[in-house]
Design a protein around this ligand. Sequence first.
Ligand code: NAD
Length: 448
Amino acid sequence: MAKNRSQSESPTDTLTTSSQPNHSPADNVSAMSAADKALVMALQQFNAVADTIGLDDDTRRQLASCQRELIVHFPVRMDNGRLDLFTGFRVHHNTVKGPSKGGIRYHPAVTLDECRALAMWMTWKCSLMNLPYGGAKGGVIVDPKQLSLHELERLTRRYATEISPFIGPERDIPAPDVGTNAQIMAWMMDTYSMHKGYSIPAIITGKPVSIGGTAGREYATGLGVTYITRAVLKQRFGRSLDDIAVAIQGFGNVGSWTARTMHERGARVVAVSDVQGGIYNRRGLDLRQLGHHMDEHKTVVGFPGADPLTNQELLQLDVDVLVPAALEGQIHAENAAGIRAPIIAEGANGPTTPEADAILNDMGVTVIPDILCNAGGVVVSYFEWVQGLQSFFWDESEVRRSMEKTLLDNLDAVVGATVRYKCGLRTAAYTIAISRIVDATRLRGIYP
Ligand code: NAD
């Protein structure tokens, strides 16, 4: 399966890329993949805020670049005896506030630029939440669904080994993202611990509770989306979640837990989708039955009692809340004008392009930005890390209460900034987050 190794990311290209700290994304944006466009988006968002706050050129160049980037090419023995070569990444965008934090993605379209963008968004998200972390992201170019469980374990352990000089409980703490889960975090924690000779649970978050994970991490991102959406509905529309119609793109960790926690609070989840397509029922989907269907078929497609629809149709449904919870760049200049939901709650990272953002803003759509809306995951990951370092564990109600307070306090700060700066939620959230990193950068100064 040497095809898993990206054509454009040969070791030679690696040197070229890594030796250009002030990376500017390619000019030919239209020829880029959605993953690579993520960096264009992240830099557009950053530069807009940098312009607004009058950021000096030196700090701007520093924060537009990633601090460290690791590319690894590694072999994995497949079940049939063949040796396949895989490519993986780990990027630290910024560590001015502390160790870097961010997920690990297993997906065929992962690129270095995508990891850079996701790492940058993590810096802003941790800053907005006032966590003592910088931002990181990693990934492997692989479709995990094509691997057996044993192949997935060998790939994970080898990738963990390759990036182990780059990570550590005081250095960089990975977590789950698209295509990875608690079991994969367990293998990574075990591999790192075996190398060191003793157990180090704080190396990673999103682990199973029985090996030092925290209560509440599995559903934290989705529950956080629900808490924030509920608060915005109340503040801006005077409504509760009761009988609110919701459509959710992506039915993995974030999408499925958003669906479940919104439904538990009275919402009608009328449409969900995954990479294979979507399903729709105007009266609301039976989520319990859908869970059984997912267990059996590994996709929402074909669920009885619902009509099929495409991912594009889902985005343009007449619903109260639209939750993109799949990949970046899904709401763009070509489909934004067709959005009918008055609220978009960004469960995914970077699901809305800056061009779409401008269109939605003109249309009066409330977009709850990713770094606020889906921050419940990293907030509870932070709680997990703290518990692991102290070997003292909290009960689930304490985790939920602390997460809700952290999210809602920061929502209040963002709403306050919309009034102060006369801007939307995204600009307000990014301005707070980036300004804090700028302040910290100035206070620490330039070494040496
Ligand atoms: P996941 O792998 O559990 O689920 C991803 C879902 O998206 C799957 O249902 C998949 O089929 C679907 N999908 C993939 N490509 C798609 C496409 N082109 N169109 C429609 N659906 C598609 O991943 P996840 O952990 O739920 O992450 C989803 C998003 O949320 C990502 O943007 C991730 O970065 C972000 N996020 C995740 C967490 C977390 O705690 N897992 C935290 C914050 C943000």
